[in-house]
Design a protein around this ligand. Sequence first.
Ligand code: TXA
Ligand code: MG
Length: 329
Amino acid sequence: MVTEIKKITLESLLEAKEILFSSGVIGMPTETVYGLAAIGTDSEAVKKIFEIKGRPSDNPLIAHVHKDYDLEKLIYIDQEYAYKLIEKFMPGPLTLVFRSKGIVCKEATCGGDTLAIRMPSHKGAQELLKAVDMPIVAPSANLSKHTSPVTAEHVYADLNGKIPLILDGGKCTGGIESTVLDVTSSHPRILRAGLVTKEMIEEVVGYCEIAEHKEGDKVKSPGVKYKHYRPKCETLLFKENEIKEIKKAYQEEVVSGGKPYIMCSSVFAKNFEGFNLLQLGLSGEEIASNLYDKLLEGEKVATLIIGVEMPSEDGVFMGIMNRLRKSCG
Ligand code: TXA
Ligand code: MG
């Protein structure tokens, strides 16, 4: 199969729609990461997503809808506070988990009785969703375990030959996946940290729990138990107070003929003049938006990426640290 990358135009949207309505799968942009899209009520198409990615069959998909879509066609809103979150954060990088009405097929929800829903704010994503006017299920458009794609070219690198079309909506501005929030019980629970932070949620609803995932627990959000986001080269992870250890690991890699890169914030990078660097930027938002891009840039040139943790886990840094530990830890 030939994989084409096309800018979003009326013509390419029409083509995307035709592919989706004949049980095909395509790459699509969102403001967080690129998605691998199929119509959520089409079992045959949804099965293809799992095959193409090599995704474990017990890890459910997020259903994406346009901003005027009536969510209650797909799910039950059991908690009053959920309306406030919808009002405040949708469209945007927040995914809410509700009790499903079973319209989205069981292949997408992995037989579970809940459905995760998100309204991406990306303009091109909205245009596609509006044109289709159906829930589109879409995991990140990478091969399972690999780093999530934030450009159409990243999707192409993983899925060339496996899908007919990638809609190119430019580089994702968010850079890490949406926050996944369970809103089925009396208070919300963060299942996956992301750009909508605990602090932001608490400002709207008062209290928000963070789901702890301990070994042996029955996992509420299956995705969190798998290896994720890993670049193709070797990786290490250090804390910012381990400058000596970072330099030692770097030198050892050089001595053994390898090419190490240090991936860290632009402030911390000042400790490493003359070293190969993957600089992530200054603010949390900037660092999030560069993280996967730098990992994917790094894997092309480095034999070893030495990741450096962030000094804080507040706000958006919680989501960043979660990805750093999984990609480099
Ligand atoms: O930003 C994003 O969320 C991107 C873009 C493409 O929208 N999508 C994405 O999908 O990250 P994926 O499949 O890579 O991650 C979805 C996460 C997984 O951790 C999965 O276990 C969880 O959401 N999830 C999906 N449905 C769920 C459900 N019904 N209950 C609990 N967790 C669910
Ligand atoms: Mg993913």
